[in-house]
Write a protein that binds this ligand. Sequence first.
Ligand code: ADP
Ligand code: MG
Length: 279
Amino acid sequence: MISTSQHPNLSTHPAVEVRGLSHRYPVGNKTVAALQGVNLTVNDGEFVAVVGPSGCGKTTLLSIIAGLLPPTDGQVSVLGGDTGSARRSQELGLVTQDPGLLPWLDVASNVRLTLDITGHVDAADERVNELLERVGISHFARYYPGQLSGGMRQRVALARALVHHPRLLLMDEPFGALDEISREEMRFELLKVWEQERTSVVFVTHSIREAVLLADRVVVINGQPGRVTDVVEIDLERPRSESMEEGPRYQSLLADVKGLLVSGNDPSDSLSAVPEDRT
Ligand code: ADP
Ligand code: MG
């Protein structure tokens, strides 16, 4: 089991601290309540998964933590400061479902782009090579995004998010668009990378299996507006392995989390929410 207390860069601050967070989107002359009274702490070095049915406010929460969306109400602190300064000092890495690579740049150039833009060119090649190796695409450094599979493009997006050694990695359904085989592969690649890079992670997913397999803690959000209804400690050993998924402890945690989701009887493992009347 990897203990966060062994992390060499141990900080006295939690990676994320969210208090009394609510968010409403303006729509015409009305507002849509997306989140209500959310509290969340992510400890330094911790891997936290956020699960909930679609429309419960997961992306809203991640966007607020990333400093991309100012919340209507509540406090957010990231790495002990405000989220804007964490973003400006490149302590945040963001990976979404869409890899968003520049099609006219090859893999290596996509990964090193922000190093070039910010003038961090010393040792850039080494860092890029190290990351391409780490995410398993070093042979594809000179390929263009259009020549890669969806899974490979997501590996590039992950390498790009890590290039600045972020202390907090925010991931919004990063494997959501992948086929099941690539998705399974990427889960273990991500864990390997996390164990080597030791960043804190907030991983949003609607897959309960993914959440339980990856995380130290699973935060369950339900409803519209979304509220944190439960937090489940995942006491599976690390490193996690495929064989664990067959084990009784994994199965029992999976059943626990499933039972905590309001639409948790969806047999496909992907939750779909019944949209509520917002008027
Ligand atoms: P999730 O990521 O869990 O699927 P979102 O955070 O995307 O949920 O959305 C939460 C709620 O906020 C939903 O009801 C959604 O329709 C609404 N919403 C999200 N983005 C906007 C927006 N830009 N304008 C208006 N409503 C939005
Ligand atoms: Mg979303």
